[in-house]
Design a binder for this molecule. Structure first.
Ligand code: GGG
Length: 349
């Protein structure tokens, strides 16, 4: 089985290196790797953030392990050449429409959460973020109005098929968990959200065993910090999902802890930490690699059919944290490599 490794920019290579050490320690027969350039490093080497050679590796691979993209040097480039287009391009080209972002409180991290321990302790939720539509992919541009003002626009749109397929993914996810699904939209203001809500309600007829609720996104942001235990699965659009999952990450201690899976309809997936390239700390050994290590576990579980190996990684991360392993984002001083060492030691026990 082929895994595409796309480390990318900033702290991407550092966190991917630790995930690779953990995967190697599992000694899985028949797992091979091919590396590709994405993001700012790809632009600097080839003139494009997602070169054809990288896309070719991604298409041939059974799964993709992705680090992060984003580079201050590229801030002035036209949009199609910016590092972020690599991840958006992969999601679109491979139809990776369903983004699973689990946020679960490791009990040992309650002191790192921004919430009171008794509120944080009960967090175990999954955000299902739609990845192929919304303002990310609608018509966008800069123009000048009739009165000479500069104006920017990004069209938000979803068609019913796009909503239906993410709704099915979310209902199936909820069915496999605690059977509760909260659909988050802004249907009091946005027509896109009204269609979203209508289609989710239609789809619910096929899942009578799942309890469906609806929440406006502003309320959802507030409820996530007020009473996060009420949530099992949250399904929402691309932009709202991006924002809510960053918020959820701080509720469970750090953005350095949140893994993700971006799946197509057949189980092929791209796996990445939800954090970006953090150029301010790149190369300093300060990055927390656990989100990437946990993304590797999701890859084994969702795309490679190796649930037992995924369990081993997740148990090792929990054990390393229980043993006191803490990177700076978690209030500690271990380096990126020392965090990797702690997971490897826990794997070997
Ligand atoms: N590993 C996540 C990453 O690199 N994020 C950078 C980024 O541009 N993400 C766009 C998005 O997820 O909305």
């Amino acid at each position: 089985m082929l895994v595409a490794l796309f480390p990318g920019d900033g702290i991407g290579p550092e966190v991917i290196a630790q995930a690779r050490r953990v995967l190697d320690a599992l000694k899985i027969d028949g797992l091979t790797y091919e590396e590709g350039l994405v993001g700012g490093v790809a632009y600097k080497a080839t003139g494009h953030p997602l070169p054809p050679e990288t896309l070719d590796i991604a298409r041939r691979a059974d799964a993709i392990l992705f680090g992060a993209v984003g580079d201050f040097d590229c801030d002035s480039l036209e949009r199609r050449l910016r590092p972020e287009q690599a991840i958006l391009g992969l999601r679109k080209e491979l139809t990776l429409f369903s983004n699973l972002r689990p946020a679960k409180m490791f009990p040992e991290l309650s002191e790192a959460s921004t919430l009171r321990p008794e509120i944080a302790a009960a967090i175990d939720l999954m955000i299902v973020r739609e990845l192929n539509g919304d303002v990310y992919f609608g018509e966008k541009g800069l123009r000048t109005t009739a009165t000479g003002l500069r104006e920017g626009y990004d069209i938000m749109s979803y068609n019913e098929d796009e909503v239906r397929r993410i709704a099915h993914s979310a209902f199936r996810t909820a069915r496999a968990r605690r059977g509760k699904l909260c659909s988050v939209d802004k249907a009091n203001v946005l027509d896109t959200s009204q269609l979203w809500r209508d289609v989710v309600i239609e789809t619910a007829k096929e899942y009578p065993d799942v309890a469906l609720t609806h929440m406006y996104v502003d309320n959802a942001a507030m409820q996530l910090v007020r009473n996060p235990a009420q949530f099992d699965v949250i399904v929402t659009g691309n932009l709202f999902g991006d924002i809510l999952s960053d918020q959820a990450s701080m509720c469970v201690g750090s953005i350095g802890m949140l893994a993700s899976a971006s799946l197509d309809a057949n189980g092929k997936g791209l796996y990445e930490p939800i954090h970006g390239s953090a150029p301010d700390i790149a190369g300093q050994g300060k990055a927390n690699p656990l989100a990437t290590v946990l993304s590797a576990a999701m890859m084994l579980r969702y795309s490679l059919g190796m649930a037992a190996q995924a369990d081993r990684i997740e148990a090792a991360v929990a054990k390393a944290l229980a043993g006191g392993a803490r990177s700076p984002d978690l209030g500690g001083s271990l380096t990126t490599a020392q965090m990797g060492d702690a997971v490897l030691a826990a794997l070997g026990d």
